[in-house]
Design a protein around this ligand. Structure first.
Ligand code: FAD
Ligand code: SF4
Ligand code: SF4
Length: 456
């Protein structure tokens, strides 16, 4: 990345929302509906967060992208919301009763307002690399639109992949490709800050006991979400080593949660239910598959969760209470799971499966150190000093948090918190007398094209 342009664009809003996942989108829409001006800063090239990549949602099995895309569109088309994607928040300081936020829009090497999302460049680009949106399965080009449901539908180039053949420049019907693109600095004055920066999966990939990152048929749960999704990389579940349809799939619960030795002693709250969900969906798409879930406890605490779990048992999914000690593989890359079975007198067995999914937990996606002054707990989640009565208030006046940025939680709880945070922010802005005036979109010179969300 080169140096930012010297001339910074400026923007004044009521609230800046860090993160365009489901939490940030919901909070932004709630604030905007109350006639407040909102800027969403999203560091990925598309909004939607993790939810846009999920297959279906527990416990209702509703299609995840069918819920997320309307929310993305609502935010993208709201007259009081402005969105900067592919943008990093560099520094937030207090100024004149509010906050001065420095944001860098990273170069896409495609002029957003010229790109019409036609994908001609992708068809011509000769470079094929693993598709990060699909968990490294499937392929994308060096120039690419992040995925079919992305907003904005604007291409970007990964210069590390590019061989500078110029084919995209020649084929683009709007001359949108611009290799001279540079980072753009935007200065935002905001009355309040909402941290909605979400989570990443726990890095149990480094947990060698489970062969994570080394054994090809031991995968993470977000990759399984993509394999199950109807618009996933292959449209069917294939195991990575040889592309074979698996006959036996195992889940290892708490593989990155509730284990002080890995640095994650807490429960990640969603792993039991997403494993049960994936098992149910796999039973539907692969009727002959055997599915085993190795667990310590099943935590089915939410509305409808216990019934969902009982349904899975009734469908023949095997639940084995035990602690998985290690995973190795045989000569055909079949994972071998060594487990101490608690319900069978502590018997130790080694079970062969075709594919193993590690039910990894959640850790914070963003530790704001050096960018935004706000307290964190011992695991890097945003601290809630008074969480019994103010579950979205941080230790800093004017800085709020919602969703998985403060602790692991599911979509429903994240959305509830988003609404709570928006309502707190409205009260806070009123208390400090901050209003930039409603009913108009804050204008950023050279801003992004307004492109709708499309499905496949
Ligand atoms: C495998 C799996 C399956 C799941 N299935 C379900 C399910 O079926 N039902 C359910 O209720 N829950 C499910 N969940 C949980 C669900 O994914 C979360 O509850 C939800 O996505 C939380 O949304 P969020 O907006 O808080 O975080 P995220 O989805 O992580 O969004 C945060 C956004 O912030 C952006 N961001 C991060 N840092 C910055 C920064 N510094 N600057 C700008 N942007 C930033 C990120 O790029 C991201 O777009 C599942 C989780 C997993 C791992
Ligand atoms: S110049 Fe780069 S991005 Fe464009 S077509 Fe060639 S390899 Fe692909
Ligand atoms: S960069 Fe050009 S060719 Fe590629 S999607 Fe945009 S308009 Fe189409």
């Amino acid at each position: 990345m080169g140096e930012p342009t010297n001339a910074a664009d400026t923007l004044e809003v009521d609230a800046i929302v860090v993160g365009g996942g489901i939490t940030g989108l919901q909070a932004a829409v709630d604030l905007a509906d109350s006639n407040h001006q909102v800027l969403i800063v999203e560091r990925d090239p598309s909004i939607g967060g993790k939810m846009i990549a999920l297959s279906k949602v527990f416990p209702t099995l509703d299609c995840s992208s069918c819920i997320t895309t309307p929310k993305m569109a609502e935010a993208a088309h709201h007259p009081n919301i402005r969105i900067l994607t592919w943008a990093e928040l560099d520094r937030v300081t207090r100024e004149d009763g509010g906050f001065r936020c420095e944001v860098t829009c990273k170069p896409r090497y495609v002029v957003a307002k010229e790109c019409i999302g036609c994908r001609q460049c992708e068809y011509e680009c000769p470079v094929v690399v693993p598709n990060d949106f699909e968990g490294g399965q499937g392929a994308r080009r060096a120039i690419y639109i992040p995925h079919s449901n992305a907003w904005p539908q604007v291409a970007l180039i990964n210069l590390d992949d590019c061989i500078y053949c110029g084919k995209c420049v020649k084929v683009c019907p709007t001359q949108a490709v611009d290799f001279g693109d540079v980072p753009r600095r935007v200065i935002v004055r905001a009355g309040a800050v909402l941290v909605a920066s979400g989570y990443e999966l726990t890095s149990a990939w480094r947990n060698r006991r489970y062969g994570a990152g080394e054994l090809p048929n031991v995968i993470g749960p977000l990759l399984m979400e993509r394999l199950i999704a109807p618009h996933g990389p292959y449209g069917k579940v294939l195991r990575p080593s040889d592309g074979r349809i698996p006959d036996s799939i195992a889940y290892v619960q708490c593989a990155g949660s509730r284990d002080a030795s890995t640095g994650y002693p807490y429960c990640s709250r969603v792993c039991c239910m997403y494993a049960v969900k994936q098992a149910i969906l796999l039973s539907g798409s692969l009727p002959l598959v055997d599915i085993t879930i190795y667990y310590m406890d099943i935590r089915a605490f939410g509305k409808g969760f216990e019934t969902f779990y009982q349904d899975a048992k009734a469908m023949g999914i095997q639940f084995v209470c035990g602690k998985v000690a290690s995973i190795t593989e045989d000569a055909d890359h079949n994972p071998l799971v060594r487990v101490e079975r608690k319900e069978e007198g502590g018997e130790i067995t080694v079970d062969r499966h075709d594919l193993v999914v590690l039910s990894l937990g959640m850790e914070p996606a963003w530790k704001s150190d050096g960018v935004l002054e706000v307290g964190h707990d011992g695991y890097g989640f945003v601290d809630l000093p008074d969480d019994h009565v103010s579950p979205t208030a941080t230790d800093q006046a004017g800085v709020f948090v919602a969703g998985t940025a403060s602790a692991p939680k599911d979509i429903v709880d994240s959305i509830v918190e988003a609404g709570a945070a928006a309502s707190r922010i409205v009260g806070y802005l009123r208390s400090i007398g901050w209003s930039v005036g409603g009913g108009r979109r804050p204008a950023v010179p050279g801003g992004e094209a307004r492109v709708g969300v499309s499905g496949r």
